[in-house]
Design a protein. Structure first.
Length: 143
């Protein structure tokens, strides 16, 4: 075990460019696949086991199709497929950028943590969204 914490901080900052590269290449590669291969046509994408077993849509159902539509600039269609994802994407981006900055700048681990109340709010929103999207009088029936 290394008694000097500054050595670990220097190692973390030295590895940051590699980490950035891996995340950018991986994210760009996944976005390219999602851009060129439509999830609505099936093929290489997973099927939601919850939807297959129950016929109901989970909070994530339609997420890949919504991301595909967002990559093509079709915001309204993406919101129709999964409004929760479209609304949450800016927050996910903010959180990811914040975590990334924390890692690169070498701040203390506790400074970038998400407050538990935000996680509970997110969980509540996901449950409400999941229930609402399966009520026939709100959605016109299941897709």
């Amino acid at each position: 075990m290394n008694p000097d914490p500054s050595i670990n901080a220097r190692r973390s900052r030295a590895a940051a460019p590699i980490t950035i590269g891996v995340w950018l290449l991986g994210g760009g590669g996944l976005a390219a696949v999602l851009y060129w291969f439509d999830p609505a046509l099936g093929g290489i994408y997973p099927v939601c086991l919850f939807h297959r077993l129950t016929g109901w849509q989970c909070p994530g159902c339609g997420g890949l199709r919504a991301l595909h539509q967002l990559l093509h600039g079709h915001w309204a269609e993406a919101a129709r497929l999964n409004a929760l994802l479209v609304v949450a994407l800016p927050f996910f981006a903010w959180f990811g950028a914040r975590q990334f900055a924390r890692e690169v700048c070498g701040l203390e681990p506790g400074t970038g943590a998400v407050r538990p109340v935000l996680l509970w709010i997110w969980l509540g929103a996901a449950v409400l969204f999941s229930v609402a999207r399966n009520l026939p009088f709100l959605t016109g029936g299941l897709e």
